[in-house]
Write a protein that binds this ligand. Sequence first.
Ligand SMILES: *Cc1c(COP(=O)(O)O)cnc(C)c1O
Length: 458
Amino acid sequence: MSKMRRDSVTKVFLSESDIPKQWYNIVADMPNKPEPYISPMTGKVATPDEMSAIFPKAIIEQEMSTERFIDIPEEVRKMYAQWRPSPLYRARNLEKLLDTPARIYYKYEGVNATGSHKLNSALAQAYYNKASGIKRLTTETGAGQWGSALSMACNHFGLECAVYMVKVSYQQKPYRRSFMQTFGATVTASPSNLTKSGRAILEKDPESTGSLGIAISEAVEDAVSRNDTNYALGSVLNHVCLHQTVIGLEAKKQLEAIDEYPDVVFACCGGGSNFAGIAFPFLQDKFNGTKIRAVAVEPAACPSLTKGVFAYDYSDTAKMAPLSKMYTLGSDFVPPGIHAGGLRYHGASPIVSQLYHDGFIEAKAYGQKAVFDAAVMFARSEGIVPAPESSHAIRAAIDEALLAKEAGEEKVILFNLSGHGYFDMSSYDYYFSGEMEDIEYSGIDLESNIKNLPKVEK
Ligand SMILES: *Cc1c(COP(=O)(O)O)cnc(C)c1O
């Protein structure tokens, strides 16, 4: 591609042949590798054998791999071609609105049918499960994006899909449920009475609105109980972060085509996968000495990185999934019903956590009102209604651009627009009603929840 002039460009498309052929595995370059998973059964390092109860061999290999680049299967790459390479935009109107000397770019992952980055990993996971002879996948979904992505991927590769959807989202987002059903998935509100872990929660609290931790327990229990069934997770795990790196690999190429390189990269952070996706390929440069900042942006109501502790913790409420060393608010923490459902997880990716612990990345937290202010500002200037999750990154990018204005600096800002918000209009309604409140994380729960952290000896 010829170098376009950066001063005139508004969006950078690449051609199909520019879709990456390999994912970038950051573990290869990390000075301190993420700590291994611990089996909740034995209290020892989880073996590939134990993990094979819920994951296919190829995924387990990726989870533990230290290879720098891993081939993307041709069938997956072909599906990527439906919407990849995704566009990179320059936020010209937003820049004008902010009157900033900064140049703001965003990578837009909402251009596939499911509306978020999650399809990048869903297709890969469905493919590997199908290839290993699995007939059915279970999963949890918070806001509904991951469930949508996996439903579509399972439909494509001919797998059944059972989704446990956090009850509060099930009620707030009926169209997400219809979407998943369109692609043939079975959707159950969690906690449900289909599983032991669901029933245990309902016994204690029949009104429970659920949490990701509970829904994960239900999906894992379902998968463990059947031989033809595996489990798929939409974030947090190393292989999910790996699959998402197509985002950053493309963004690098797109910026290169207009002779740009970011000073700072922002992405919202729930489990960490879209942050990983955009940031890891740039962090590879950072390990080689390039100056670049990467900032994970989380909700003030569920601030795992900025307020949590770095420790081994359970990944789910029923303590069935492997334990991981991560920043956590404690697996008993049930986040408040904030309107960025996809960011309501008590922990974070072990890789992202290790990078944060080692000072390679930064983290920042915002309340939801400031986030929706930014979302609306972005919609009105750029013409895309952003997902509430993604809007955390927008908030941070706007604040950075305003800082650049104060300092009179020509900064280059890149953020990931992880998805669109067209299924989230009820959250926007709530914001416009003036009743939306910021729910600050009190930290009171942290003290009691971290008392329950598992003791791990490796
Ligand atoms: C799921 C989701 C997130 C949060 O998950 P990560 O794994 O942290 O990326 C963010 N944005 C959108 C649009 C999502 O669907």
